[in-house]
Design a protein around this ligand. Sequence first.
Ligand SMILES: NC(=O)c1ccc[n+]([C@@H]2O[C@H](COP(=O)([O-])OP(=O)(O)OC[C@H]3O[C@@H](n4cnc5c(N)ncnc54)[C@H](O)[C@@H]3O)[C@@H](O)[C@H]2O)c1
Length: 441
Amino acid sequence: MDTTRRNFIKKTSLGTVATATLGSNILIGKNILGANDRIHCAIAGVRSRGKAHAAAINLQENARITYSCDVDDHILEEHNSWCQKNIGYIPKIEKDFRKLVENKDIDAVFIASPEHWHTPMSILAMQAGKHVYVEKPCSHNPREVELLVAAQKKYGLKVQMGNQQRSAVTSIKAIQDIRQGIIGEVYKGEAYYSNNRGSIGIGKEIPIPEHLNWELWQGPAPRTAYKDNIHPYNWHWFRNWGTGEVHNNGTHEIDICRWALGVDLPEKVTSFGGKYTYQDDWEFVDNQQVTFSFPNGKFITWTGHSRGLIQPNQPGRGVTIYGSKGSIQLDRNFYKRYDLGGNLLFSELEGVASKTTDTQGQGGLDVNHVGNLFDAIRKEKPLTAEIKDASISTMLCHLANMAQDAGETLQIDTTTAKVLNNNAVMQNWSREYAPGWEPKI
Ligand SMILES: NC(=O)c1ccc[n+]([C@@H]2O[C@H](COP(=O)([O-])OP(=O)(O)OC[C@H]3O[C@@H](n4cnc5c(N)ncnc54)[C@H](O)[C@@H]3O)[C@@H](O)[C@H]2O)c1
C-alpha cells in the first residue's frame, strides 16, 4: 500500500480536528501533519502564475497537487496537458472555489487568481482549515488587509504571501549584513520597475465565452458586462478587479525596501504620476513616483514605469538601499554592495535564478518560498513572509494609490494605516461587494 496514501487516510480519519462552527455553517477541519507527512495542495488560478506554483510544489519533498481550480475550461484543458508533461500527473478539477475547500484531501491552498478574489479565497480556505499561499498583493483594498490578518489570527493557520524574494538566500544575507551595519545607518530604499507594456485597447462587449464561468470569475466583485480585454491578465489595470502596477510589481520591491530599512507603516505618502502613453481602458496611472516617509526619518521611493523603460540601462526591476557608509543593490538574482564612491565591494548571484521581467516570475525563489511554507506547516519553522508582516507592504501600495487619487500628501496613522487628512480617499478603504459575496470572519 502507498504509505503516503495510508498516512493521508490516517490524517483525515483520525487527525482531522473540528475546532469551531462558524456563522456561515463552515466547519473548520484542519489536517494535523507530522514532520514526514505528505502535503496535499490545491491551486486556484492555473493559467500563468499558478504554473509557477505547480512547478515549485513539484520540486518539494513529499508533496502532491490534488486539485486544480479555475473557471475557464480552455485554461483547465491546457493546464492538464501542462501538468502531464511537467509534473507527470493530472490533478482533480474543481471549478468552484467554495466547493474546492470542502475537500479533505487538501492541506494547503495556493491562490493565483485575479486580485479581487485574494482575500475572500484566503478567508474561505482558512475557514475550511487549509493553510494558504496567497499571491501578492494579498488584498484588493485596505479593509481586506485588516480582515485577512484578523482571520489568520482567529484560525491560526499558516498564511504566506507570494513575495518570494523574502526567501532569496542572497537577500536574506544582505539584510543580515545591513543589520550588522555593513553600510552604516540605512536611510533610503529606492524601489523600481520598468516595462514596456502595450495598449489594452478599448474593450468591446461580447457574449461571454462558453468556456468561461464569468459569474464565478467575478465572485466578490460587483457585476459588469463581459468585455474582450479583461480576461486573462489585463484585469490588472481595471479597478474592479486589479490594483495597478504599484501592487503588481511594487509590492515586491517596496517590500524589500521596508525589510532592509526595518520600517512598517509610513507617516506620509506622496504620489505623482499619470497615464501618459496610450488612450485605452487602463484605469490606473502607467508611470508613477511615490515617496513613503517614516517616523524615524527613513524613506522609500517607488518608481514604476509600466509603459516605457527607465533609461539609461537601469535593470528592469530591483532596489537600492542607501546607508551612511555605502549602498546595496538587490534583485531576485543578485546582491551587490558598493562604497560611498560607487566602487563595487561585493557581488553574489542567487543559486537558482528566477525570471524578473516576464509575467510569471518562475524560478528558484518560488521553490524556497513554498519550501518555507511547508517547513512552517510541518515543523513550525517561522514563515519568511507571514501575512501579518507581509500585508504591511500591500498596505503601503494601497496608500500609494490613495495618495495618487488624493493629489496631495497623505498623513497616515502609523498604527492603523488610516488616512488622517483626507476623508474623500478614506471612502475607498473598503469596496462595494456583489450582494452575498462580502468576506466575513
Ligand atoms: N509572485 C510573483 O512573482 C507573481 C508573478 C506573476 C503573477 N503574480 C500574481 O498572481 C496572480 C495571478 O496572475 P496571472 O498573471 O497568473 O493572472 P491570469 O489572468 O493569467 O490568471 C488568473 C487565472 O485565475 C483564474 N480565475 C479567475 N477567477 C477564478 C476563480 N474564481 N477560481 C479559480 N480561478 C479563477 C482565471 O481563469 C485565470 O486562469 C496575480 O495576483 C498576480 O499579481 C505573482
